[in-house]
Write a protein that binds this ligand. Structure first.
Ligand SMILES: NC(=O)c1ccc[n+]([C@@H]2O[C@H](COP(=O)([O-])OP(=O)(O)OC[C@H]3O[C@@H](n4cnc5c(N)ncnc54)[C@H](OP(=O)(O)O)[C@@H]3O)[C@@H](O)[C@H]2O)c1
Length: 252
């Protein structure tokens, strides 16, 4: 199968490309680095010619509210139009568990808008809603840094390894379109404060973790299990200890 991976140089994208290539597929990474830009349209039509499937794992280069909304809506519209012209049979995209439950977050609003473009379009599709990647645990914890402490929400997150996300995307890309959403989370849900304690324990970080139910997560307050997947979700295999053992050089 010819499968074009938009965002094929990114964290998830490069993993998806190598998995599909290893399975014998013609997996083609496409992004500004290879002369394909979903915002300007440069190289886009040519990139999707002959593709059976297009996987969109691109991400906005800037995350302020207006810019990220513009990125995901413009990019999805341009991409879906190019797919229509080329007769692509399946569009696979990665979204975020609970994005529709937290409208105070500009980034999550933009992911809802991306899903709406896909669902309103004519290309058969599969949307994978994943939870937060372990690879972003450090960034999420540091967002609460206050001197020698970190102030973090007690809201639940069910971190999943990027490798489990990429494995699921690669599997969905060679399967029939679902015409809806599939959820994927990691093996364990904990409050963000509890994740920070676990990270600090293995990295010998002496900072104090302050559990604050009102601390914001990317501009939004978490009230319950908005970021944890529902019943029937797929669960990744990689737990925190396994992920940390494999990635500790980058995490420290
Ligand atoms: N972070 C999380 O915890 C999380 C959770 C659930 C879902 N997701 C979703 O997962 C997806 C993949 O995230 P990631 O962390 O793998 O992304 P990433 O590592 O930031 O990679 C972003 C990719 O997007 C490409 N890109 C940027 N602008 C582009 C444009 N104008 N046209 C085409 N490609 C463009 C980049 O290409 P260049 O390298 O060429 O610039 C790069 O390949 C995102 O949609 C994100 O919303 C993330």
């Amino acid at each position: 199968m010819k499968i074009v991976i938009i965002g094929g140089s990114g964290l998830i994208g490069r993993n998806v490309v190598s998995r599909l290539v290893a399975q014998g597929h013609d997996a083609v990474p496409a992004s500004p680095a290879t002369g394909v830009d979903t915002i300007t349209g440069e190289g886009l039509g040519e990139a999707v010619v002959g593709a059976d499937v297009v996987v969109d794992v691109s991400n906005a280069p800037v995350w302020d509210d207006d810019a990220v909304m513009k990125f995901f809506t413009t990019s999805s519209r341009n991409l879906l139009a190019a797919e229509r012209d080329a007769g692509v049979g399946h569009h696979v995209a990665v979204s975020i568990v609970g994005c529709d439950l937290l409208p105070d977050s500009g980034y999550l609003r933009a992911k809802v808008a991306q899903e709406a473009e896909i669902e309103a379009g004519s290309i058969p599709y599969t949307v994978l809603r994943a939870t937060q990647f372990f690879e972003f645990l450090r960034q999420i914890v540091e967002a609460g840094a206050e001197g020698h402490s970190v102030r973090l929400s007690t809201g639940l997150i069910q971190f999943v390894a990027a490798d489990d996300v990429a494995g699921t995307v690669a599997e969905l890309a060679i399967s029939a379109p679902v015409g809806g959403r599939i959820e994927l989370g990691g093996p364990e849900a904990l409050g963000i404060d509890a994740w920070a304690r676990r990270l600090f324990a293995v990295t010998a970080d002496s900072r104090v973790v302050i559990a604050d139910p009102h601390a914001r997560y990317y501009g939004t307050e978490l009230r319950g299990g908005e970021l944890t997947p529902g019943e029937g979700a797929r669960i990744g295999k990689v737990d925190f200890d396994t992920w940390f053992a494999a990635n500790q050089q980058e995490v420290r």
